[in-house]
Design a protein around this ligand. Structure first.
Ligand SMILES: [Zn+2]
Length: 351
């Protein structure tokens, strides 16, 4: 994808033309190479050029705002329903709580139907399947359906093409984006590879850029990229690799909260064990001054690859200061203090 820049000698419009929908087959319109985010006049294009009369359902592939910012508008003005994979929907429905993951639309999105990993669901004459596909972000799904006799995979931001140098020859190969801040453990991308092998799409519709070539060789190249990336990460970090890769082995919810004076608030500390042995996690919250809590460690034992959570109840100060303040979680692994590993932001506001 070319992007206009300071050195560009060509006009901006050549790089950033008005996005246009692309009709791929009788029942399939795709956002096109330049699809960057929802723009209201695209609804006119759908009506005027393609005879679309209603905007019935939207199924977001993942949580990023370039894919979701039009949903509140569609819900408010067109009665559109939002169906989402559970892992995607719970973030969209409560973005303040999940604001430690980047790229969220601040406005909560009402989820009208919660879908589960591997669920088949029907819309009009089409049967679709949705799968959890933690790729560019942990909170990502891939949708698949047979449309006009082709197996189509809607891959969001999980499957893109890049030019690579292969022994002096430039080749275009598929890759899976890696963004550590979006939450990443090595098995997440292996799951994405397995999923593409399982779907075996005839056509891949990505969230941006060109339609990638799609055949078994292309899917093999995508899976091979993920294998090689796994290998490189393991070379770069100490063991156990996931412990040093995963920025979110501990996550506090809600990340952003605004409360009244003397209000009680419950925090959830989500923990996941990246070690190859059972671990005893102990944690305590360190709130801003004036907050009341039980200042002692709570404990949770997790098996390898296990996930769990600890809950903490706090009461806000009796005097509001309207200042956003930091609250942290201090965590021990098998009795060894790791320090204040994760954080949240809280404001006590005068009512
Ligand atoms: Zn995107």
């Amino acid at each position: 994808m070319k992007v206009a820049g300071r050195e560009s000698v060509l006009p901006e419009l050549q790089f950033l033309p008005d996005p246009k929908l692309v009709q791929l087959s009788q029942h399939l319109l795709w956002g096109g190479v330049w699809s960057m985010r929802f723009i209201e006049h695209h609804l006119d294009e759908l009506r005027d050029d393609y005879g679309v009369k209603a905007f019935d359902v939207v199924v977001p592939t993942h949580i990023h705002d370039d894919h979701t910012c039009g949903i509140p508008h569609l819900q408010r003005h067109h009665g559109t329903k939002c169906w989402a994979l559970k892992e995607v929907g719970h973030v969209l429905a409560d973005p303040a709580a999940w604001a430690s993951t980047p790229g969220l639309l601040e406005k909560p999105i009402c989820i009208d139907r919660w879908l589960t990993d591997g669920q088949r669901f029907v819309w009009q004459e089409f049967e679709l399947e949705i799968f959890s596909a933690p790729g560019q972000t942990e909170f990502h799904s891939v949708c698949a359906a047979v449309i006009d006799e082709k197996k189509v995979a809607f891959t969001g931001d999980n499957y893109f093409m890049a030019e690579v140098d292969d022994a002096g020859e430039t080749q275009t190969q598929p890759f899976e984006p890696t963004v550590l801040r979006n939450s990443f453990q090595l098995e997440m991308h292996r799951r994405c590879a397995d999923l593409m092998r399982k779907i075996r799409p005839d056509l891949i519709c990505p969230g941006h850029r060109d339609l990638p070539p799609c055949d078994s060789d292309a899917v093999d190249a995508y899976c091979d990229f993920i294998d090689r990336k796994d290998h490189v990460f393991r070379q770069l970090v100490a063991k156990p690799a996931n412990h040093f890769i995963d920025l979110f082995w501990a996550r506090l919810l809600p990340y952003v909260a605004v409360v009244a004076e003397n209000q009680s608030l419950e925090y959830r500390l989500l923990l996941r064990n990246n070690h190859d042995r059972t671990i005893l996690y102990e944690a305590q919250l360190i709130p801003p001054s004036g907050w009341r809590t039980t200042a002692q460690f709570s404990a949770l034992k997790l098996e390898p690859a296990g996930r769990g959570e600890l809950k903490f109840k706090l009461v806000s100060p009796s005097k509001a200061d309207n200042v956003r303040r930091l609250l942290t979680a201090e965590i021990k692994i098998d009795g060894v203090n790791q320090g204040q590993i994760c954080e949240a932001l809280v404001t006590v506001r005068q009512e």
